[in-house]
Design a binder for this molecule. Structure first.
Ligand SMILES: Cc1cc2nc3c(=O)[nH]c(=O)nc-3n(C[C@H](O)[C@H](O)[C@H](O)COP(=O)(O)OP(=O)(O)OC[C@H]3O[C@@H](n4cnc5c(N)ncnc54)[C@H](O)[C@@H]3O)c2cc1C
Length: 443
């Protein structure tokens, strides 16, 4: 008999259904269900849960913030270990390192905590995203372009292994686990119970520019964008967003840039667009608060909706990319859908460290199709499939954070990294206690 400090439900128990799905952000939920749910109270509970799963013949699924678009935490015949109670945060001014539980929300919890010390961590754009899934996938945080993947700033982490043992891993301790954890996302074969993250001095000022263009100008704007983006300094996060802006009522292309401590001069290249004078609305190099950018993220990603997401790291010249991107950015299936062509992945020239995350380009495309009722699902699905069919020929791979490999498999690691990942997995989880990816990555 296993005793937990946290709560435990078997299928059929009162409260099981709620414990299984209530913390999942996407309201379009799959039918996969665990055999039992453990809402663990501490690492010892997690270790006991992994051992119970072995005894019962279950695999182990994990949930931190519940923000995986395809709800990876729902797997059949598993013990779902829910880390909702792992919200501890503790900053050490001497080292600049903050210890966080995986259910800490980057924007709503960690950022205010660090602001009190005048420090910053590259948390995700949407403030409700959990750090657990975000960091394991790599993590596209604020100014990822200049500062790198969030996972690059993990100093160490505590992991309950497939054998049910709690170990610390870093560059020097259990380095194989540490390598695999930074980028394997939902394919990771352990449960992270705490991360220790290197923080940086807090930025002093944010400067924001926005140009809203009509869909008819999309081709000209995108041709300009694909060249002009190289003129922006690494402190600028740039995106071309296809959306239906409030007050405009039809799809438009929004060029949006945020500069971290670069000031107005760092955004000057945005004024060089040949059709800049035809923009429907502009906001040029204005000071902005992070709180207002976050509020915009919350508006764009509303709760209680049905989401479909996909993405690709793009490679290729404008003549190939623009024809695929124009409809992807301007012919949207619902008024809440938005698509992004972004310069917010790290500059490849930064040379990220050796870690499982090993596929990227400097140009990222992602689509977030947002419906409100099940009746819209077929249309949303079909639009996303058609869009990705046009975009995928230019894909060098995908970011796990916005992907669903069951629908569109893509490359997630380099060949060498994939082979190393498989070897570590076989050694660390020989019985396949952790179920690995849903769907098959292309390798
Ligand atoms: C509204 C919204 C906005 C987003 N914005 C961004 C963004 O700006 N940048 C970005 O990079 N991504 C973004 N994402 C994607 C997001 O980072 C991923 O969906 C990520 O998986 C969310 O982490 P989570 O812990 O909340 O998710 P969960 O659904 O809890 O976790 C996803 C999976 O990751 C694994 N996992 C999670 N925690 C652990 C753990 N502690 N130990 C072992 N395995 C674990 C498990 O396989 C789990 O099923 C966004 C998603 C949403 C819904």
């Amino acid at each position: 008999m296993t005793f937990f400090t946290g709560a435990f439900w078997r299928s059929g128990d009162t409260g099981f259904a709620d414990a299984t799905t209530s913390r999942i952000f996407n309201h379009r939920r799959p039918s996969r269900r665990p055999a039992a749910v453990l809402r663990a109270a501490h690492a010892a509970d997690v270790a006991a849960g992994v051992k119970l799963a072995a005894a019962e013949g279950w695999q182990v699924a994990v949930r931190s913030g519940g923000h995986s678009w395809p709800a990876w935490s729902l797997r059949d015949d598993t013990l779902l270990i829910d880390l909702a109670l792992f919200t501890r945060m503790s900053y050490d001014p001497a080292s600049g390192i903050v210890a966080v539980g995986p259910a800490v929300r980057g924007g709503f919890d960690l950022d205010p905590h660090l602001a009190g010390y005048d420090r910053f961590f590259t948390v995700g754009h949407s403030p409700t995203v959990g750090l657990g899934g975000f960091l394991l996938q790599g993590g596209i945080g604020w100014n990822c372009r200049g500062w790198g993947w969030a996972a690059e700033s993990i100093e160490s982490m505590d992991v309950v292994t497939a054998a049910g043992e709690l170990v610390r891993c870093s560059e020097t301790e259990n380095a194989d686990l540490f390598w695999a954890a930074r980028g394997s996302g939902p394919g990771f074969f352990g449960v992270v119970t705490e991360f220790r993250l290197r923080t940086r001095p807090r930025f002093r000022e944010l400067t924001h520019s926005t140009y809203v263009y009509s869909a008819e100008l999309a081709s000209e704007v995108l041709n300009w964008y694909l060249t002009a983006r190289h003129e922006l300094p690494p402190s600028v996060e740039l995106a071309a967003v296809g959306c239906t802006p409030p007050g405009i009522g039809s799809p438009a292309l929004v060029i949006d840039a945020v500069s971290f401590d670069g000031g107005p001069a760092s955004l000057a290249a945005l004024g060089t667009c040949p059709v800049a004078d035809k923009a429907l609305a502009t906001k040029v190099a204005q000071p902005v608060e992070l709180a207002s950018l976050r509020a915009e993220q919350l508006r764009a990603n509303p709760d209680y909706h049905r989401y479909f997401a996909d993405n690709a790291f793009l490679a290729g010249g404008a003549s190939a990319l623009v024809p695929a991107l124009v409809p992807a950015l301007t012919d949207l299936p619902t008024s809440k859908t938005f698509t992004v062509l972004g310069d917010f992945t790290p500059l490849v020239s930064r040379r990220p460290p050796d870690m499982a995350l090993s596929v990227q380009t400097d140009l990222y495309f992602a689509a977030y199709v947002i419906g409100e009722t099940p009746g819209q699902d077929a249309r949303c699905r079909s639009w996303l499939d058609g869009t990705m069919n046009r975009v995928a020929p230019h894909s060098a791979g995908c970011y796990l954070g916005d992907s669903d490999l069951t629908v569109r498999p893509d490359r997630i690691m380099s060949d060498a990294a994939w082979s190393k990942f498989q070897q570590i997995r076989t050694a660390r989880d020989p019985e396949g206690r952790f179920p690995g990816y849903l769907g098959t990555p292309v390798q």
